[in-house]
Design a binder for this molecule. Structure first.
Ligand code: NAD
Length: 487
């Protein structure tokens, strides 16, 4: 198979992508590059520069200067809003191009890349929501008990230099989830995109540059986790780390941040349960259950609801309908509109997914559909056939661990109490009632003005809504006395 977008890759402005530091594009100081290989074909798409530790240091120092000495935190709200509005307009104007680059990054079919929840339009709306906060960062006035002429006021101040590390599965949306609240509150940013998905983010950074943000306010350092990422996270001039990715890296970040008592927000993995009760529209429930793990990202998302808990009275019917749904999955060129589902991001992850499928069978789950890889034209890509397991016990590995592939595990339950107990019984959620940061009842969505995040090992803090503003600000308390009298 050949990707239909490749013929015009020479026109990609990001083809020889660079680092964006202190308002300028530059090459890596040690000449390091990353070769981007497309997951649907494993053919080389392009190369881009990756930041060395010295480049990261330069980027963090630029962000520090822009925060401490530069105009950003002190800029008039009107001027900061103007710059953010220019960026919003540019994101909307270039939405189609950015969405296609996202498909070139991670293989997400272009029809899904353009769907609101992960698209450039959503990224623009996230910036729009946070831009509204620029002139609303107000504190409180608090009377004190020390005397009637005494009171205290609180101020909301930006937290400082933010290190933002994002994964490959939704880079466009996550660029905005990190950068928008940081920039709106007056923080400066050093962002590291995933080495597996930097193209759309490089283009978005060009739009930041064109919008005219002052040098050092936003810096981009593409590169690998163990090198570029490890140089960024412990940097002593970073005040806050905002991270989306795996639990293992999240734990490393939390440990590394202890030294400087850095502020940390973590959006990590998930093992969400989709609970299907008998009074539901079963066709819709089966479509949702199987669709969530097979359509678009092919189960490579933290919100994919990879366990379907089905009431015993509709259990067999749900499995049969889910199997019909699995047959509708269409793999292929992500730039062709009939393609419904993407490949696994890389060959290492492909091996992991196949390993989980094997483990599921070894531990006694019933393989109803899939479990293998498509052949023919699709063989060179990282595709896994949609896979449906029934008779899954919640203690099995496939029910407990995040697979990040098109694998649905169906688990039977008898009553509501049992459903809640099973839903909660993962390391991602452990407690009495449904312990989850985001719950969908007959549907699910994430919006710019609603907080999003995980409980327990699924994360720390929230993105979106008022909570993301809180996460990027510090509260300062100032005590006042109207008269010059002693306490
Ligand atoms: P990952 O943790 O491997 O990588 C995420 C980012 O961290 C990448 O930019 C990577 O280069 C960087 N990184 C890796 N090692 C690092 C290190 N030692 N120091 C600093 N940075 C490092 O995760 P991934 O495979 O790219 O993404 C998938 C994971 O993200 C899944 O677990 C998924 O559930 C999670 N995710 C969570 C949410 C959410 O909102 N909760 C959203 C999307 C994805």
């Amino acid at each position: 198979m050949t990707l239909s977008m490749l013929p015009y890759r020479d026109e990609l402005k990001v083809g020889d992508g660079r680092l964006f530091i202190d308002g300028e594009w530059c090459e890596s100081s040690d000449g390091g590059t990353w070769t981007h290989v497309h997951p649907a074909t494993n053919e080389e798409v392009t190369r881009f520069a990756v930041a060395s530790a010295a480049d990261v240091d330069r980027a963090v120092r630029a962000a520090r200067r822009a925060f401490d000495e530069g105009p950003w935190p002190a800029m008039k709200a009107r001027d900061r809003k103007l710059l953010l509005r220019r960026l919003i307009e540019a994101l909307n104007d270039h939405a189609d191009e950015i969405n296609r680059l996202q498909s070139l990054d991670n293989g997400l079919p272009v029809t899904f890349s353009s769907m609101y929840a992960v698209s450039a339009a959503f990224a623009a709306d996230i910036f729009d929501y946070h831009t509204g906060w620029v002139d609303k960062l107000t504190g409180e006035t608090i009377p004190t008990f020390a005397g009637s002429d005494r009171f205290e006021v609180t101020l909301k101040e930006p937290v400082g230099v933010v290190a933002a590390v994002i994964p490959w599965n939704a880079p466009v949306m996550l660029f905005a989830q990190k950068a928008a609240p940081a920039l709106a509150t007056g923080c400066t940013v050093v962002m590291k995109p995933s080495e597996y998905a930097s193209l759309a983010v490089l283009r978005m950074t060009e739009l930041v540059e064109e919008a005219g943000f002052p040098p050092g306010v936003f810096n981009l350092v593409p590169g690998e986790g163990p090198t570029t990422g490890e140089a960024l996270i412990p940097h002593p001039m970073v005040d806050k780390i905002t991270f989306t990715g795996s639990r293992a890296v999240g734990q490393r970040i939390l440990a590394a941040s202890a030294d400087g008592i850095k502020r940390v927000s973590l959006e990590l993995g998930g093992k969400s349960a989709n609970v299907v009760f008998p009074d539901v529209d079963l066709d819709m429930a089966a479509m949702t259950a199987m669709g969530m793990v097979t359509m678009g990202l092919s189960g490579q998302g933290c919100v994919c609801q990879t366990r379907a808990l089905a009431h015993r009275s509709i259990y067999d019917d749900l499995i049969q309908k889910a199997e019909t749904m699995a047959q509708m999955v269409s793999y292929g060129d992500p730039f062709v509109e009939t393609t419904t589902s993407g490949p696994i991001i890389n060959t290492r992850q492909l091996g992991r997914v196949m390993g989980y499928i094997e483990k599921g069978q070894e531990e006694g789950a019933r393989l109803v559909f899939g479990g293998d890889r498509p052949g023919g034209d699709l063989q060179s890509g990282n595709f896994v056939n949609p896979t449906l397991f029934a008779d899954v016990d919640n203690t099995m590995t496939i029910a407990q661990e995040e697979i990040f592939g098109p694998v649905l595990s169906v688990i039977p339950f008898t009553d509501e109490d049992e459903a809640i107990r099973i839903a909660n019984d993962t390391t991602y959620r452990v407690a009495k009632a449904l312990r989850a940061g985001t719950i969908g009842v007959n549907g699910f969505s994430v919006m710019p003005n609603t907080p999003f995040g995980g409980y327990k090992t699924s994360g720390l803090g929230r993105e979106g809504g008022r909570e993301s503003i809180e996460a990027f600000t510090e509260t300062k308390t100032i005590a006042f006395a109207l008269t010059d009298s002693p306490m």
